[in-house]
Write a protein that binds this ligand. Structure first.
Ligand SMILES: C[S@@+](CC[C@H](N)C(=O)[O-])C[C@H]1O[C@@H](n2cnc3c(N)ncnc32)[C@H](O)[C@@H]1O
Length: 443
């Protein structure tokens, strides 16, 4: 994927659980509803193809007096859903049951993190009233375009409509989760090698068949540091600095690493703060957490704990941490103000924010900002230094410093982008740096 797909606008804000408006209710399907739903589809002349394979938690029914009177289902294709089997028993039509079933399925899709919902229909006006918009068939994601519903069941002339159920931020977050999950699995499978070649490298990295150690991630740690942790922790190192070394950690301190990945900085911090201190790692990607916990066990580190969660919602109490570190993760956040505000909240008064990150040194061309590969690769989502300072100040920090540790040339960045960029690399020379960003929560 070379660029974030165009934002589909829609009634995202109206995606809420609907309230039943009559003597009927909506519920998830049970296995024994299959016969009733099939009968219902027959009554309203909707296709039954593939119903049995799809039937499960992605279906809901409307029921009155124990009888199924409506149904709606969603075929899931990656981050997109396709509505199907929206049917209401003839004697109940006009009771707003179909509408409620659709809204309920949109709500379900939103909770699952789907980005948008498509519908192929001969009654587009009905869907438009719910906030769907007609789209060109050519702009439909391939999974949906090649579905049975599209290729054989519905007439080729049937309009296609779409509605956004989650904003583009969810799409970016899922892209990040998927990329870093894959890296964790590669490390576990032994297919990611230090200094070797590998498909799909990482952050702070990006494109196919580049050296795992790219210009951003290479040579960040002392040999003595790497010697003290498992190889798989070093192999999964995807940072752009060495915040642990720069954070001046002291014995007994509580440290939190935002976006801890394979755990390298948590394990190094745990050693620095000693057994009277503790290091927490926080990451949203299950495979990374699994890898980090395995690395922790292998390293025999007891004063560390890996938590699952998002840095925009840190699962720790207020004022509970002495130092927040992070290595090349804030740039990946889709709500950086919230992430920084959360760091501020969990820090005790006088606590330190000590983060390595990629930072833009001036305005970045839109083409770079829109490049999905460069987003996952820690470039497109970077804050400009000025914005970083403003956000940190805005959430309450003071003593803010941004200290450059590496400045990149345009060619370095081109090596990370999978797609051709229509920009002269020289235009990007010196525009990005790795930096150590430091701030303090006032006492
Ligand atoms: C570039 S890697 C850095 C990993 C680690 N800090 C290091 O230096 O090796 C980014 C990591 O942050 C995690 N991540 C990205 N966005 C996140 C978010 N919003 N909340 C929690 N974790 C996130 C990813 O799952 C991934 O493990």
């Amino acid at each position: 994927m070379s660029s974030i797909e165009p934002e589909i606008t829609g009634a995202e804000s109206m995606v809420e659980r609907p309230v039943p408006l009559g003597p009927w209710s909506i519920r998830a399907v049970r296995e024994d509803d299959l016969v009733a739903v099939r009968e219902l589809l027959g009554q309203v002349r909707l296709p039954e193809d593939g119903l049995e394979d799809q039937f499960g938690e992605n279906y809901a029914v409307a029921e009155s007096d124990g009888k199924v009177i409506g149904s709606a289902g969603v075929e899931v294709y990656g981050r997109y859903g396709l509505l199907r089997s929206v049917a209401v028993s003839p004697e109940w039509q006009g009771s707003r049951i179909g509408r409620s079933l659709i809204l309920e399925r949109l709500y379900w899709a939103k909770a699952r993190g789907l980005v948008s919902m498509f519908a192929l229909t001969t009654t587009p006006r009905y869907f438009e009233r719910l906030g769907f918009q007609v789209v060109d068939r050519n702009s439909i994601p391939p999974g949906i375009r090649f579905s049975k519903e599209f290729t054989s069941v519905c007439p080729e002339t049937a309009p296609v409509l779409v509605i956004a159920v989650n904003g583009p931020h969810v799409e970016k977050r899922e892209e990040v989760r998927s990329r870093y999950g894959q890296i964790a699995r590669d490390v576990e499978a032994g297919t990611r090698t230090k200094g070797g070649r590998k498909q799909k490298a990482s952050c702070c990295g990006g494109s196919a068949s580049v050296d795992v150690e790219n210009v951003i991630t290479a040579n960040l740690y002392e040999e003595s540091e790497l010697g003290s942790i498992p190889d798989t922790a070093a192999l999964a190192s995807l940072g752009c600095g060495n915040p642990t070394a720069l954070a001046e950690l002291k014995e007994g301190e509580i440290v939190l690493d935002l976006g801890s990945g394979g755990g390298i900085d948590v394990l190094l911090s745990a050693k620095r703060v000693g057994s009277s201190g503790k290091a927490y790692g926080l990451d949203m990607t299950d495979d990374m957490l699994q890898l980090a916990r395995r690395n922790q066990a292998e390293a025999g580190v007891e004063n560390a704990e890996f938590l699952k969660g998002e840095i925009e919602n840190i699962p720790l109490p207020d004022n509970s941490v002495d130092v927040v570190i992070s290595n090349c993760v804030i740039n990946l956040s889709t709500d950086k103000r919230k992430a920084l505000a959360e760091a501020f909240r969990v820090l005790r008064p006088g606590g330190r924010f000590a983060v390595s990150d990629v930072v833009a040194r001036s305005k970045i061309p839109d083409e770079i900002r829109r490049n999905a590969e460069l987003w996952v690769g820690c470039i497109a989502g970077t804050l400009e230094e000025r914005e970083y300072r403003t956000l940190l100040k805005g959430v309450g920090f003071d003593a803010i410093e941004v200290v450059p540790t590496r400045v990149y040339g345009g060619n370095d960045l081109f090596a990370l982008a999978e797609a051709e960029l229509d920009i002269d690399p020289a235009e990007l020379d010196g525009k990005f740096m790795s930096a150590f960003v430091r701030a303090t929560k006032p006492s």
